[in-house]
Ligand binder design. Structure first.
Ligand code: C2E
Ligand code: CA
Ligand code: CA
Length: 569
């Protein structure tokens, strides 16, 4: 047989070998006749790259069309050496251009075949894509995403619905970090085995990335069926952990999607799967999350706002603004200062969409953008206070400061530089602190608190009476005054028991020599009631809604505003 094949192959022209073998391989075969300067490559390469046809008369120059510009001189030099007989092997890593002109990393290997006289005649070899998604993962022993796609296209009809189950190992990095990569790989393989042992023929498992696996489930019909499968998998993993004598302890998270028309919308479902797994992970170990469209829409909206916030910060705070709301002295009814409140509008299709602070402030905190945005508000507010001091010499400005700003930025430096720039007496600045983080009075925070005290910058505990800022907090922090939240005020004004509680809070706070500001005053009668119990300061729509600086000046200083022109916020 050996001789038969040799005989047969000799009868086939070298160029025709490509046509013969190319369809059986993923790699692209090529042959260059170094003497005639012709070039032939398999049709699959023509379909994939910027190659106009599968044979060329001018091999050397043909490369300029599909080789990435920066790599052309390298390939030309190598080819020259081959033509001159200086090199017999070709093995280069460089980039070709795909049909869209995008670079694709390839490895081009080849062997030179000499003619009878020992002169280089052919360069024959193959090209394979090295940046391509792997077909299979040698660690988990599973097929990869490329195979998953091909399974979908061959087994799933457009009309069928399936469950996609996306599983991730929780804290896998820590396993690699503490027990080593080899053991990590062993865990990856074992998890794949555990999952596989729970599956039927209608449930296929693929390795997606690192420590994440996807099951295409054509067997389950209901959520309960999928939950049962998930429980079975968790149990198997538990058994594995026990068999390892708890050398490693970990959980998995599972995102589950009921997918219709998976064939058509695989890429969309892939994004949703990533989202669902993230949701599951946020639930803690062994979390299961069933995809809900509403959650995803909320997530997309948050991402949209985050991206708008990033752009706005990068573009000189375009879309950000600072509004001011007056703070009144309860006894005299005079305005003593204002609270600076951040505003943000997104621009979309040239339309302006205001976003509520309740929505965007947490996103600024999450992204860390609260640091530059908070600095922007601080500077604007300090400058506004400086301007106001011409009319009301003791005017005070309250600026909200997030916990993130306090611990992750040099807020102290920002405050000093701002009050210096606008020549503001430090006692005119009040830092309002909200957020749960303040309850941990770390040494760093004590130091910062002391700096405020020494410099005579006012310190206000915001949202007193809600969840986090409690009695413990007030004793530790020694604020100049506390602010009672809007919600609390509204309750106290409509319910006698709550009003009694409010009264007791005012007495208690006064008894430890701390003042109190009550927010959310919307009615004259509320004001009168609070005056009777000797509240120190008041804030609310009754006195003024938050508005732009110029409107604020017009209304409270020049007394010339038409009320209706005030921005209603
Ligand atoms: P906050 O510090 O408790 O601010 C008071 C909120 O009550 C403001 O909401 C204000 O518009 C609203 N308000 C004022 N008077 C009344 C009233 O009579 N009735 C009712 N129902 N509400 C009233 P806003 O402006 O939507 O701000 C919400 C929260 O966003 C603020 O609550 C604060 O926690 C945060 N925030 C606003 N600006 C900043 C900022 O520059 N930095 C930081 N870190 N947080 C900010
Ligand atoms: Ca506040
Ligand atoms: Ca509040």
């Amino acid at each position: 047989m050996d001789t038969d094949i040799r005989k047969l192959l000799k009868e086939i022209a070298a160029e025709d070998l490509i046509e013969l073998f190319a369809p059986c391989m993923d790699d692209y075969l090529y042959i260059i006749d170094l003497q005639k300067n012709t070039f032939k490559i398999s049709q699959a390469a023509v379909n994939r790259f910027m190659i106009s046809g599968n044979s060329f008369d001018d091999a050397v120059n043909s490369f300029q069309y599909f080789v990435y510009k920066e790599d052309r001189s390298m390939i030309a030099e190598d080819l020259q050496c081959i033509i001159e007989g200086k090199e017999k092997d070709h093995n280069l890593y460089y980039r070709w251009l795909d049909k869209n002109g995008m670079p694709v990393w390839i490895n081009c290997r080849g062997k030179v075949i000499d003619d009878k006289d020992g002169k280089p005649h052919y360069l024959i070899g193959c090209v394979n894509e090295i940046g391509d998604t792997q077909r299979a993962d040698n660690v988990s022993g599973l097929l990869g995403e490329r195979e998953l796609r091909s399974y979908i296209s061959s087994h799933i009809k457009d009309s069928s619905s399936v469950y996609l189950i996306y599983i991730g190992i929780d804290g896998f990095n820590a396993i690699n970090g503490t027990l080593g990569v080899d053991y990590g790989n062993y865990v990856l393989k074992s998890v794949a085995d555990c999952i596989n042992s729970c599956l039927s023929d209608n449930q296929k498992l693929y390795h997606i990335v690192a420590d994440e696996y996807m099951i295409i489930d054509l067997e389950s019909h209901t959520k309960d069926d999928v939950m049962l499968l998930q429980k079975k998998i968790c149990k198997k993993i538990e058994e594995f952990i026990i068999s390892e004598k708890y050398k490693v302890v970990f959980t998995i998270s599972t995102g589950i999607i009921y997918a219709k028309m998976l064939l058509k919308y695989y890429d969309e479902y892939r994004k949703i799967a990533v989202f669902s797994l993230k949701q599951a992970k946020s639930m803690g170990g062994n979390g299961v999350y069933f995809f809900e469209k509403e959650d995803y829409e909320l997530f997309l909206r948050k991402e949209k706002i985050k991206s708008a916030l990033r752009n706005a910060v990068a573009n000189g705070f375009e879309g950000f603004d600072v509004y001011y709301q007056p703070i009144m002295d309860c006894d005299s009814g005079h305005m003593i200062g204002a609270e600076a409140l951040m505003r943000f509008s997104m621009y979309q299709d040239k339309k302006k969409e205001p976003v509520s602070p309740v929505e965007f402030i947490p996103l600024l905190e999450e992204t860390g953008l609260i640091i530059p945005a908070g600095r922007y508000v601080l500077n604007k507010a300090v400058s506004m206070c400086h301007e106001m001091s011409q009319y009301i010499p003791e005017f005070k400005i309250n600026v909200n400061m997030s916990y993130i700003q306090m611990v992750k930025s040099d807020i102290w430096k920002d405050i000093l530089s701002s009050i210096k720039q606008y020549d503001l007496p430090p006692e005119c600045l009040c830092a309002e602190l909200t957020e749960s983080g303040y309850t941990d009075m770390t040494p760093y925070f004590y130091k910062l608190r002391k700096k405020f005290e020494e410099k005579n910058i006012q310190f206000v505990l915001d949202d007193f009476g809600t969840g986090f800022s409690n009695l413990h907090c007030i004793v530790n922090m020694k604020p100049n005054y506390v602010k009672l939240d809007n919600d609390f005020t509204a309750k106290a004004m409509s319910n006698a028991r709550d009003f009694e509680l409010l009264k007791k809070i005012v007495e208690m706070v006064h008894s430890i020599d701390i003042r109190i500001c009550i927010e959310g005053i919307e009615k004259e009668e509320w004001y009168q009631k609070l005056k009777e119990i000797h509240v120190d300061y008041l804030q609310g729509y009754l006195f003024g809604k938050p508005c732009e600086k110029n409107q604020f000046l017009n209304k409270f200083i020049f007394h010339c505003t038409d009320q209706e022109n005030l921005t209603d916020l």
